[in-house]
Unconditional design. Sequence first.
Length: 364
Amino acid sequence: MTIQECYTKMGADYAPVLQRLGSERIVTKFALRFLEDKTFSGLCDALDAHDAEEAFRMAHTLKGICLNLGFEPLRQASSELTEELQKTANDIHYGNAHAGIHVTIHRLTSVSDYLKNEYQTVAPPLLRASKKLQSTILPLLKEEQQGGKQKNLLFGKRLDSHALYKTDGTIFTRTRLPGEEKRLAVALLIDESGSMGWGDRMTHARKTAIVLYDFCKSLGIPITIYGHSTDAGGVALYSYAEFDSVDNEDCYRLMDMCDRNGNRDGAALRFVAEHLCTRPELQKLLILISDGQPADYGYSGTEAEADLRGIKKEYEKRDVILFAAAIGDDKENIRRIYKDGFLDITKLEELPKNMAQLVKQHLK
């Protein structure tokens, strides 16, 4: 493939870049250098260190590189997605418990080779586990695609003669057309507070995200994955996988997941729940992976617990099923908050399998 064909394939305009840089050799040289450029990693380091001045410098430099090399389509698409997510975050009413708290959406506009290499290192056994889990659900999905008879309905025009003995009234059937109903959409929200860095908690949370992402994508189940923490400005949400991603690199973005600062669960849950509610699927499954109660300035204890119970109740009325997978030592408090939505994960190594099984359960 020539460099011009490469630009054409990615939807970029090669001619003005060639005119600006002077020759195909130079365009090729700088395009290849872009893959090794450290500006993006420098931007990430500055953001992690809360160094606003350095972050601005790096972001401005990166923007200039993209413009000079004509990589505007990818940059623009990623920027538009981030801006749209931020607008959504700004429009949500987070409740009195989060009054004055700003929610910021972070999303990598491009994925470094480092993250890709990290993914290639850890993913193979996890993808094999995903494929094994997929094989147990494929017959059900095939039946759904082909259509068939729905049984055990409370209302309908056709009686099921084999169910007349039942006392709960579920004695009707109906014929479902192929692909008539989209069954399930999934959202995964991961606690990225500092305590998630203890032991292997974040490692197993990341592995879970990789398995669940591959499991859902391979089966055609819409999935979004976010991490949440706090920063100097309020709540920080990290978009790793989107329902309508503009590229095919969300699996690599998962490798950027890490432990950070505090956790203000209510605001994060409300954002992701609202995001999930935009989906047309009949069931909406929201899974929170956390190692403890909320812990942020002015948001903890009974106030935070009441906020979370209220959120769970509110979104259940909007067909969002919320589960909290507890992977730390604070399980009893999490159980008290989420009650029937509590999942006790004693063995961290079983977390990916358990979460995939949970999705499978709600497909049936």
